[in-house]
Design a binder for this molecule. Structure first.
Ligand SMILES: [Fe+2]
Length: 280
């Protein structure tokens, strides 16, 4: 059933700021290289106004973004269609602005939670209302809005296995020692003939991970509809996040549904066609 469209996570200003930071391009450089007044760039970063088509294309060329797709972002010309799947439930992680998901097989007898965060009572209600047999607690990365309820969920579901990349696992404290030691490409058994594949997708954080279940990938803050997460890694970089998306997410089948940590769902094909950080 189609619900209400979720707004895109990133504004034009967010995209501009991420690309400038990632490419170490200051406003003065972008302005002179694109032939635009520096004060306009400074305003757009703050979401005070947006460029016109030609200005957006000029900025994109300086920042190695896709000109047509960045112009679409500036002029709000694209939004993914509403996507809902029968074997994935979304819940807001209030008070955080992040997305949580439960996916399941066998009518919910086997289930996995993506990102235990927010008010624990909210999560436990989602899990109990669905009568889910929780087998996995999957954590995409170390930021609090994706993992601050890990201890509460783990104590309510002691048989559930925690899956989190070792480079980020310090964020869950002593539970880190209980997390499965996963690495890129590992398949976690999930019922008869079903697996959950863990992909190491560094860049937003060093241990950022995505999880593939059937034809859905949960990308955390690595890939959003029409944007990417900020590059906040200690060792990994803006280049790494772009490379993670290109090599690990965009190599999945085109019709793979992307369920991100923020903003609306999308698909691999739609992101290849509309995400300004990637050119064809
Ligand atoms: Fe994050």
């Amino acid at each position: 059933m189609a619900g209400k469209p979720i707004p895109l996570e990133d504004t034009f200003g967010d995209i501009l700021r991420k690309a400038m930071r990632g490419t170490h391009a200051g406003a003065a450089h972008v302005a002179s290289a694109a032939g635009i007044d520096a004060s306009a760039i400074a305003s757009w970063i703050k979401d005070d106004g947006v460029p016109d088509e030609d200005q957006a294309r000029a900025v994109a060329r300086v920042l190695h973004l896709d000109p047509g797709k960045l112009a679409d972002a500036a002029l709000a010309r694209w939004h993914p269609p509403v996507i809902a799947l029968p074997d994935v439930r979304h819940h807001p992680q209030r008070p955080h602005p992040s997305n949580g998901y439960v996916f399941f097989i066998e009518g919910g007898r086997r289930a996995a939670l993506v990102d235990p965060a927010g008010v624990p009572g909210n999560l436990l209600r989602v899990l109990r209302d669905g009568d889910f047999g929780l087998e996995y607690i999957l954590v995409t990365h170390k930021h609090a809005d994706h993992c601050d309820a890990t201890a509460d969920v783990a104590s309510a579901f002691p048989a559930a296995k925690i899956v989190m990349h070792e480079l980020d696992a310090h964020a869950i404290g002593s539970l880190a020692s209980k997390a499965l030691p996963v690495k890129d490409g590992d398949d976690l058994p999930f019922g008869d003939g079903v697996h959950i594949r863990m992909l190491h997708t560094p860049g937003h954080t060093d241990g950022s991970s995505s999880f593939v279940f059937r034809s859905t990938v949960f990308t955390g803050d690595t890939l959003f509809a029409a944007s990417v997460g900020g590059a906040f890694g200690d060792a990994s970089t803006y280049g790494d996040i772009l490379n993670s998306v290109r090599s690990k997410i965009f190599s999945l089948p085109e019709d793979t549904v992307v369920m991100p940590g923020h903003g609306p769902p999308t698909t691999v094909a739609l992101e290849k066609a509309h995400n300004p950080f990637f050119s064809d």
